[in-house]
Ligand binder design. Structure first.
Ligand code: NFE
Ligand code: MG
Length: 563
């Protein structure tokens, strides 16, 4: 008899995500449902507002990648108005994106995803001397891994345990057999987990230098970047570079080392790790290093065919809501997309926890829409970005991916697992950190002969405008779409990375990346579904971004029991 497993909420993410899976008598996942249970509301709020405020409003979509939406919204308006902003402004915006990626990916790997790989309780029985020696096997001169430092980490966490207050380490599935690290490996990673708390603060400060503050920076305006006198002073520029060096050092001597260590311990078995089931990938140009030059280039791969990369065609994007809590009679292109809520509730059924309201998989079951490209589901994110650029022969990416495969000894097929997705994010972070400095140098060089950072926009209220922008956010391809009429926003849609990955099944029965990647996964114990959480966390979910429609009346939309 198949059994239903319900996980709600999935923690260590932004926003509200519920996953349900059905397992057979061997605890192998047969079917999965991904749902956001949170209703928000920004696409609707934007209607009738001045396009000049779009960036500031849309960055409230999220508390994590606030800057991505700020920039994407601002650039959608610029695209609609036909505005070509100064190159210095593009460099500055790109450097803010560099800072965001360095911050976001570190926080994800250690604080959101790390405990899916690291058994904290096991680390307490490690031998710090042995662990220190081992740390040097994965990378030259690893960070925060002398035997004294490791012993101190152990004492600190033992202190938590002794008081019975595990704090951030409470309520996990410690002891699960799919934890593969030895006690010493767990201790190394735990030390980096704590160190990463300090380093992520420095990365956030990098973004604040060019953004005025973080989260929710405020230096972008339609037409460029303002308030530049302080941020472009030699002292400030130097400060950014110093902070960059601190964060890059951590990325190279901790993050990279830990992913290499994970590859050595976890292997490549998809039934344990979870596979990459939807082999369609898409990404866009990002990190400008010259007028038309980017570190990562746009493209689409379908059916895992790395021999063929096509250009992203914006006309082929549409959002389906057949199984989402919205009304629409067909899949809609975002220029004409609607956001009309239509909540249809849950259905009661038996689960491994007893009778519960559960997702109604045959009908509507999520606040996330289902974006499709040419009718197909697509995975977006760091893995997609690396695969597209690898397939295109982008040297920077080919070299970095080949280095990863060489040091881990893993085959290319290993990229198509949960660990591969997680490793791809690390490789992307290394590339962004290293080559972000090319953007920095390009800015300094361009400023020698060109001081412009802003061009004044003009809106003719007797005209209609339409435009969109695509950027690569930390979780993948982000696009914003706008229609302007009478000088005001007439329609607005955001198609967000987590929406691509987390959306429910579509009208044609095509399943999205989250749901597909869970099928075939074997759970050790369905009441402690660590394996499911590991797969889902590898996408770095952000439901706040994915839904962005808010219940401003504060109505209760359903009662969920939280286990
Ligand atoms: Ni809310 Fe986001 C990123 C965007 S989401 S974090 O990265 O855009 O999927
Ligand atoms: Mg949307």
């Amino acid at each position: 008899m198949n059994q239903r497993v319900v996980i709600d909420p999935i923690t260590r993410i932004e926003g509200h995500l519920r996953i349900e899976v059905e397992v057979d008598e061997n605890n192998v996942v047969q079917k999965a449902w991904s749902s956001s249970t949170l209703w928000r509301g920004l696409e609707v709020i934007l209607k009738g507002r001045t396009p000049m405020d779009v960036g500031l409003l849309v960055q409230r979509i999220c508390g994590v990648c606030t800057y991505s939406h700020y920039r994407c919204g601002t650039e959608a308006v610029e695209n609609a108005l036909g505005l070509k902003i100064p190159l210095n402004a593009r460099y500055l915006r790109s450097l803010m994106q560099t800072s965001l990626f360095m911050h976001d990916h570190i926080v994800h790997f250690y604080h959101l995803h790390g405990l899916d790989w690291v058994d904290v309780v096991s680390a307490l029985s490690a031998d710090p001397v042995k662990a220190s020696q081992l740390a040097h096997e994965y990378i030259h001169n690893p960070i925060a891994t002398s035997d004294g430092e490791l012993r101190a980490v152990q004492e600190r966490v033992k202190g938590f345990v002794a008081t019975g207050k595990l704090g951030p380490f409470a309520n996990a599935y410690w002891g699960n057999k799919t934890y593969k690290f030895s006690p010493e490996q767990n201790l190394i990673a735990l030390s980096h987990y704590l160190k990463a708390l300090e380093v992520q603060r420095v990365a956030a400060e990098m973004l604040a230098i060019f953004g005025g503050k973080q989260p929710h920076p405020q230096s972008l305006v339609v037409g460029g970047v303002t308030s530049v006198r302080d941020m472009l002073s030699p002292a400030r520029l130097q400060e950014w570079k110093q902070k960059h060096a601190i964060v890059q050092d951590f990325i190279e001597r901790a993050y990279k080392a830990d992913v290499i260590m994970a590859a050595s311990a976890f292997g490549t078995e998809p039934s344990v790790l979870g596979g990459v089931a939807i082999k369609n990938f898409m990404c866009t140009n990002e990190f400008v290093i010259g007028d038309q030059e980017y570190i990562f280039q746009q493209g689409v791969i379908m059916n895992g065919d790395l021999s063929k990369v096509t250009d992203v065609n914006p006309d082929l994007i549409a959002e389906d809501v057949t199984h989402s809590w919205y009304s629409a009679d067909k899949a809609q292109h975002p220029y004409d997309g609607t956001t009309i809520p239509n909540y249809t509730g849950l259905v009661e059924r038996d689960t491994v926890y007893g009778k519960l309201p559960t997702l109604d998989g045959d009908n509507k079951y999520s606040w996330v829409k289902s974006p499709r490209y040419d009718g197909e589901p697509v995975e977006v994110g760091p893995l997609a970005c690396l695969l597209v650029n690898y397939a295109k022969g982008n040297k920077v990416v080919v070299d970095a991916v080949n280095e990863l495969l060489q040091v881990t000894g893993l085959p290319v097929a290993a990229l198509f697992t949960t660990l591969g997705r997680t490793a791809a994010r690390m490789v992307q972070t290394c590339i962004v950190a290293k080559h972000g400095l090319e953007t920095f140098d390009a800015l300094l060089s361009n400023m020698q002969s060109d001081e412009a950072t802003y061009i004044e926009p003009q809106i003719d209220s007797s005209k209609e405008y339409v435009g969109h922008s695509m950027i690569e956010a930390p979780r993948g391809l982000l696009s914003h779409w706008i229609r302007i009429k009478g000088g005001l926003v007439e329609n607005y849609q955001a198609v967000v990375p987590t929406t691509w990955n987390a959306g429910p099944v579509d009208a044609n029965g095509k399943v999205g990346p989250y749901e597909a990647s869970l099928v075939g996964l074997q759970l050790e114990d369905p009441t402690k579904p660590l394996e499911v959480i590991r797969v889902i966390h590898s996408f770095d979910p952000c439901m706040a971004c994915a839904v962005h429609v808010m219940d401003y009346k504060g109505q209760s939309l359903g009662e969920f029991r939280i286990d």
